[in-house]
Write a protein that binds this ligand. Structure first.
Ligand code: TA6
Length: 300
């Protein structure tokens, strides 16, 4: 529940605007409006929880059971997974970036009406075991949603090894009716089959059971064709060679306390990053940038 409007900053130019609100759990949130769309972004995790084009169904799925608490991840939208993906012995799942309150560095309403917001991951005790780094995340809202996660290795002599992943949850009309294109002939690790190595044979992947796959060495765009919502979602990327596809299906959905039992029916995660054998090893002083553009268009 939004509780109060705390601050509204005037536009500098263009017609995009940003309003500061108390979001759910009273966590600080930015509400962004542009001529084409609206978006909501929490400082907690620099987490985009909503992107909606005017007159369209929201692009991103959000669980009705999501927690909005400091120290716990939000379920839905776009969790920023960094500096590791999956489980790390004693350290939990998917890194600490998604449960930290990011610093808001600036927001820029551009003359064309789009709005960019830049966040920085603050220093935190969890980062003490790895070489010093700077992580910044820029979210640009327009007719599309563009995301840029950059990591700079600030060490003078040590390489920085990490995984990154923008773990996007998409809203779909009926997950069993969608087709996922763009991964044919790509090798993947099948987590549901104990990480067996397989090769994708289908140009139109269908979901009819639990799916949890890490597609490796793939730089191409992916599309979700959704006949129920009559739209196509396109996921374009740069600086990423892994794509993860996840739907928990019935049993896992029931096991997750922050996810509704039936919500698996209207979501699919198509996640963009560099994980597993595609993890990044960044030399001292260098910057690695992951860019993702999410857009949608009506099915013709
Ligand atoms: O990206 C897929 C995945 O790693 C799955 O294995 C599943 O556990 C999912 O992420 C959600 O993880 P979370 O820690 O948010 O519950």
């Amino acid at each position: 529940m939004k509780t109060s409007e705390t601050k509204s900053l005037p536009k500098k130019n263009g017609s995009g605007r940003v309003v500061f609100l108390d979001g759910q759990g009273e966590l600080p949130m930015l509400e962004v409006s542009t001529p084409w769309s609206t978006a909501e972004i929490y400082l907690h995790g620099a987490h985009v929880t909503r992107f909606r084009k005017i007159d369209e169904t929201p692009l991103l799925f959000m669980s009705q059971c999501s927690r909005f608490n400091e120290g716990q991840p939000i379920r839905g939208g776009i969790p920023v997974v960094f500096p590791w993906f999956g489980m790390r012995e004693g350290l939990g799942q998917h890194g600490f970036a998604r449960v930290k309150t990011w610093d808001l560095k600036e927001f820029v309403p551009a003359p064309d009406g789009s709005v960019s917001i830049r966040f920085r991951l603050p220093d935190c005790p969890e980062a003490s075991g790895i070489p010093p780094f700077l992580a910044e995340y820029v979210v640009t809202v327009s007719a599309a949603l563009e995301l840029k996660l950059s990591v700079t290795n600030e060490s003078k002599d040590e390489s920085l090894s990490f995984e990154n992943c923008l773990h996007s949850y998409f809203e779909v009309g009926d997950v069993t009716a969608i087709a996922i294109h763009g991964l044919k002939s790509v090798k993947y690790l099948d987590k549901v089959a104990n990480f067996a190595s397989k090769t994708e044979t289908s140009d139109a992947i269908r979901i009819a059971s639990e799916v949890d796959r890490i597609y490796l060495d793939t730089a191409g765009a992916v599309e979700i064709v959704d006949p129920r919502l009559s739209r196509k979602i396109r996921i374009e990327k740069h600086g990423s060679v892994s794509t993860v596809v996840w739907n928990p299906w019935i049993t896992r959905a029931q096991q997750m306390p922050d996810f509704g039992n039936d919500e698996y029916q209207r979501m699919i995660c198509i996640e963009t990053g560099n994980v597993a054998s595609n993890q990044i090893s960044l030399p001292p002083g260098e910057t690695s940038t992951l860019r993702v553009k999410l857009s949608s268009s009506p099915l013709s």
